[in-house]
Design a protein around this ligand. Sequence first.
Ligand SMILES: [Zn+2]
Ligand SMILES: [Zn+2]
Length: 415
Amino acid sequence: MKKGISVISVGIFLAGLIVGAMIAQNGSRLVQDAEAAGGIVKSPTSAAPERYVYYPGTEALAPDEMRVIACGTGMPAARHKQAAACFLVELGNGDKFFFDLGTGAMANVAALMIPYDFLDKVFISHLHTDHWGDLASLWAGGWTAGRTSALKVWGPSGPTEDFGTKFAVEHFLLAYNWDYRSRQATLANEPGRIEVTEFDYRGNNQVIYNQNGVTIRSWPAIHIADGAVSFALEWKGLRFVFGGDTGPNKWFIEHAKGADLVIHESFFLPTQFVELYGRDLKATLNVTTVLHTSPQAFGKIMSVVRPRHAVAHHVFNDEETRYEVYDAIRETYDGPLSLATDMMVWNVTKDEIKVRMAEATESAYSVPGPKPVPFPEADVDPLMYYSKETLDGRWDVSDVEKKMKEEFKKKYGLD
Ligand SMILES: [Zn+2]
Ligand SMILES: [Zn+2]
């Protein structure tokens, strides 16, 4: 009996040591996660009361809650596991905003099964493809899948007109002219438009958006060329800050200070970049510490900014990379931290910041929203972009389709 008690007390003592060490090493993060995983399943027929993963589409947002989902956290080169930079911010007032829309991100966005009509606002930090390369997918995919109004894009000007967002989007539509014009023949035209708001990249904490209680500001970033920016979104006393690509800069320190969720790039260590990318040594130091922000510098930034929660992105987050990056950040920052990977989710309220992973389906369809999809333009001839020569090439299959077409018409009451 006596022996049993002493074993239990040693056990409790050891558990206390382990928890203490976890808190000391990792702030409150591990303990918070452990609490999120708690909750008793009360009967064989009841649901788990507290979920430690996020199942998209199953949780209503509270009126004062912000949910941020990492839909891309990687690099310009594509991979299954991580798309390029994209963070979706969802607010309890119903507004949703993209901050960057890097290549590959839309597959993650689609897995959230949010109606495209709610996904019409995109803020671009700079015009590298790993930050806006999936605009094509949101634009055309959203148009065919039920967006009812024009897509809205906000982005910085550049040192010259041709480096700006307006030029980029206008020429994007020209490059996709065949796509754009041909779809106009079969879809309502308005949702195919893109409205661009270009703002001065030099603006220092300037307001670039102010609607429905949401204020978004921008300030310059330092990244390869003029025309890159960072953003802050404020709503109901919560502040979200997003840095795209940038070397450490004084504006970020000043304007991100004390924000709730602060996202900033933390690039590969120079040794990792040489070993994983085989880049020459001189270029490596320039890329990892001048054009981008090293993990040590990220840590220094966050130790001055002191956010409620810091988020690092823009590395391939793998077993062989993440611990070195984490340890390097911990040389200079000891506060709450996530090393982002795709489908990581942060629920932010005044009381709590909860971090989980989303468990999303691989087989998502687009989900209709409450507004009916507008009809195609009445006066458009769907054959207008065919020549007689092409039309004459059609091969008659009416004999095999006759029955199927009749059944279709009968089922839906068509003439
Ligand atoms: Zn980038
Ligand atoms: Zn970049």
